[in-house]
Design a protein around this ligand. Sequence first.
Ligand code: PLP
Length: 396
Amino acid sequence: MNRVYLDYNATTPVEPEVLDAMLPYFSGEFGNASSIHTFGQKARAAVETAREHVAALIGARPQDIFFTSGGTESDNHAIFGIVSSSVATSASSTGKPHVITTFVEHEAVLNACQALEKQGVDVTYLHVDQDGLIDLEDLQAALRKETTLITIMHANNELGTVQPLEEVGRIAKEADVYFHTDAVQSGGKIPIDVNQLHLDLLSLSGHKLYAPKGIGALYVRGTRLKQLLYGGHHQRGMRPGTENVAGIVGFGKAAEIARHALANDAKRLSALRDQLEHGLLHRVPQSRINGGRAPRTPNTANLVFPGVEGEALLIALDLKGLACSTGAACSSGAVEPSHVLTAIGLPAEEARASLRFSLGRHTTQADIDFALRVVPAAVAQLRQLSPTYREVARTT
Ligand code: PLP
């Protein structure tokens, strides 16, 4: 059976070149990067080369990159690390620390913020407009003298919406507040320059950019975060634990490839994505794009197909060989509609009737043609079975 994968925001395949770069570090070059003998030094050199490549992808200095187990750990470390440091220093004497974030963050940020609230930290969640963008005036208004951290994602995983980080960074800098972004969905897809965006902290994840799962990075500029883990002196004690050398090497290779491929990938993918969107809008009556007017990552399309149940459509498409998503992969299976789609103002039934198609480096014209054949047919079939859709049709 022909299987087409349009779920690259959930995860990406490891590139053959990335795998080739990693393979020696599982057996032949298996040294511990902390050992001083030759085995160890070869591993250390490979880790440092990878750190340079990851740093180059975001315009950072290599010494500001710390390897982690992925996006979730990086987000948690940034958020708890900054807030714990501020509790240990000034904010404890002036009152509760305060954090600003948004309603459309990934659960790695949202649930970390909710945990902080249980510990007595105040958190402001900014609303977004119907395209998923925050309002900078809301951000200004939310600032307080106790604000210690602004954490606002770069690109949204469900919509692809890109937040105005340069302006956010300027506001954070003026207010002398730490600024973190979850760049898990933008890394390798759109250019990132931590200096231009005035970022203090940034999270990346390997498996979203053709490296393996279980490896990520946290960029930290000029501040000593409170560590989450206690152990040896690895990564200057900030993130102890024997380094995952093969994973780090793979992440470095993937970052190097992404930096060179980014412009071409973006051009090719946005053309294919636009074709998919226009084709679906044309072929599926009453379908609409979610978040389509905001600046977006080039690979992401999210559409609502009124009258169908997203989960049923996802399964019907999977049976035909097309893989896509009803939202964040981590929340698939949950009955609640996507918090991102409800935050942009979709009623629950429209949020449940939405699907995300995310394209990637291996997506072809034939894949898009296939999607344009199977999606309209599957929607039409489900609508025939749906009493609610007939009602929609009758009333319009
Ligand atoms: N942040 C965003 C925006 C994501 O899309 C994801 C994964 O889907 C994560 C964080 C979590 O990253 P990881 O899977 O590496 O823990």
